[in-house]
Design a protein around this ligand. Structure first.
Ligand code: NAI
Length: 269
């Protein structure tokens, strides 16, 4: 169902790798709501992914950018405004990767250059994106910037590994930059803390299948899907949430506030 919520709004969407990606679903939904945008991803991911198909479907142009590279980001921010014909109203940061997870290193056996790389990609990149936008004065007043996070930033999920620390940093950057973006440019910055979702990044976490089923049973409304996340993101990009900023917003079917559910108790009795 489309409401034209984003008619006339322009933005950048990071992180659409394939049709399972949260960013892919968000791009499709933003398009359906009348928004226009540039798609971006790391050059290596564009060779692996199907981003051209998404660009065709949504009438978007693609500008490659490694989100850890400030020159790439400055170029992206400048080109996006040229292509779209003005300043930006929304930005989605949907990027995550842990080298320790990929290489099967336990949290108690981190290789620190892997840790540093994963932190740069998953957490510091959010600061870099916002600093490029801020310095270029690229956001329109009452614009909205969103990044995606996971509840392992607050509570321990052992196999989430160093991504837990990366997400804690990411959420802190949203609050800190949200202050400056709010005060000086009337732009809001939030993170959405999403349910486990079967995407390339999600399925990279050890024990993901058991974990997603557990979360489903624990959440009174069930897990939020990638499409549900796209729908929620639209509300944060729309003019209906103009005073929501510096928040970490749980979008998880109630999981984060549930101690235990009847279904889980039954498994143990
Ligand atoms: P995905 O694997 O489809 O997306 C991750 C994206 O990050 C990919 O498009 C990848 O190319 C991009 N990326 C990696 N390194 C990059 C770099 N250097 N520069 C630019 N882009 C880079 O997976 P998903 O699940 O859609 O992930 C999106 C976000 O949602 C991530 O922040 C993830 O941590 C978060 N999230 C995912 C959950 C899940 O269970 N799938 C749960 C909660 C949050």
């Amino acid at each position: 169902m489309a409401y034209n919520l984003l008619k006339g709004k322009r933005g950048i969407i990071f992180g659409a790798l394939d049709e399972k990606s949260i960013a892919w679903k968000t791009a499709m939904s933003v398009h359906a709501e009348g928004g226009t945008f540039v798609l971006t991803n790391a050059p290596i991911a564009m060779r692996m992914g199907q981003i051209n198909e998404l660009a065709e479907k949504t009438g978007a142009q693609i500008i490659p950018a490694d989100a850890t590279n400030v020159d790439d980001l400055d170029n992206l921010v400048a080109k996006a405004q040229e292509i779209l014909g003005g300043k930006l109203d929304f930005v989605l940061h949907s990027i995550g990767m842990s080298v320790n997870v990929r290489k099967g290193r336990a949290y108690t056996d981190e290789k620190y250059d892997f840790t540093a790389k994963g932190w740069d990609v998953s957490a510091l990149s959010f600061h870099k994106v916002m600093q490029s936008l801020y310095k270029a004065d690229a956001m329109n007043e009452w614009g909205s910037i969103v990044a995606l996070t996971y509840m392992a930033a607050q509570r321990v999920f052992p196999d989430y590994n160093d991504m837990a620390d990366n997400k804690a940093y990411l959420e802190s950057v949203a609050r800190s930059f949200g202050y400056f973006f709010g005060k000086e440019k009337n732009v809001r910055v939030n993170t959405i803390s999403q349910s486990p979702t079967p995407t390339t990044a999600g399925q990279g976490v050890k024990g993901f299948d058991g974990f997603i089923s557990y979360a489903e049973k624990m959440s009174p409304l069930g897990n939020a899907s990638a499409q549900d996340c796209a729908d929620y993101t639209l509300t944060l990009f729309s003019d209906l949430t103009r005073k929501v900023t510096m928040q970490n917003l749980f979008h998880d079917g109630g999981f984060s506030n549930t101690g235990v559910s009847q279904e889980v108790i039954e498994k143990f009795s």
